[in-house]
Design a protein around this ligand. Structure first.
Ligand code: GDP
Ligand code: FE
Ligand code: FE
Ligand code: FE
Length: 194
């Protein structure tokens, strides 16, 4: 795996150090699982494996930051509409700001995949879909339905995106959780692929 110096000024090994220090061991193992799965999907569907690796390693970088730090980012970027949704939504949509500044990442294709990894989006690039699905099916994930999601991911990436959106939405509603509008917009677009 090689990262171009225009994407990030660190090698994969140097980045791994930084990622490891920014999260629990358990989450770090999840991130490595997402990288492994994202590289497999990149090979299967014809994406650049180096970009797949980079987006996967970065995707949960902001997950363990305090609510207070996100609330100040929300102030700074005037995005009040996001305030009510909590860390689950903040760490992707705003996590990219931390990644851009603290890790000096400068590749919009990679950053977009990180940005929408939790919600999906109506328009998703190949890398967006790969990271969204890899996050859901990586080897450490265990939940009813994960085997179906893994099978779909091998056969039809769009169907895997649709499956994940449907089941995330069902889960959120069953738990009386608020649904971020982008998640709903993504579902409306991708439902045709179920
Ligand atoms: P993780 O960071 O590896 O745990 O995975 P994700 O970033 O994909 O998702 C984090 C959590 O956000 C999961 O529990 C999802 O069910 C939840 N989530 C996904 N979409 C939404 C949404 O629209 N609203 C809320 N409140 N949570 C969501
Ligand atoms: Fe996440
Ligand atoms: Fe996800
Ligand atoms: Fe994740």
């Amino acid at each position: 795996i090689v990262y171009q110096s225009s994407w990030i000024p660190y090698t994969r090994d140097q980045l791994l150090e930084k990622i490891k220090r920014s999260m629990s061991e358990r989450r770090f193992q999840h991130v490595l699982g997402v990288e492994e799965t994202a590289i497999e999907l990149a090979k299967r569907y014809g994406e650049d494996i180096n970009m797949a690796s980079l987006a996967a390693l970065l995707h949960d970088y902001g997950k363990e930051r305090s609510d207070a730090s996100y609330l100040s980012l929300i102030e700074k970027h005037h995005c009040d509409y996001i305030k009510a949704y909590g860390n689950n939504i903040w760490h992707g949509l705003l996590g990219v700001e931390l990644i851009r500044h603290e890790l000096e990442v400068n590749n919009d294709y990679v950053l977009h995949a990180v940005q929408v990894h939790t919600t999906g989006a109506p328009h998703m690039t190949l890398l967006d879909k790969i990271i969204f699905v890899a996050d859901y099916i990586e080897p450490h994930r265990h939940f009813p339905g994960v085997d179906t999601a893994r099978l779909l991911a091998e056969q039809d990436l769009n169907a895997a995106v649709a499956y994940e959106l449907k089941h995330t939405l069902l889960h959120l509603i069953s738990e009386n959780q608020p649904v971020y509008p982008l998640t709903l917009e993504a579902y409306n677009k991708w439902v045709a692929h179920i």
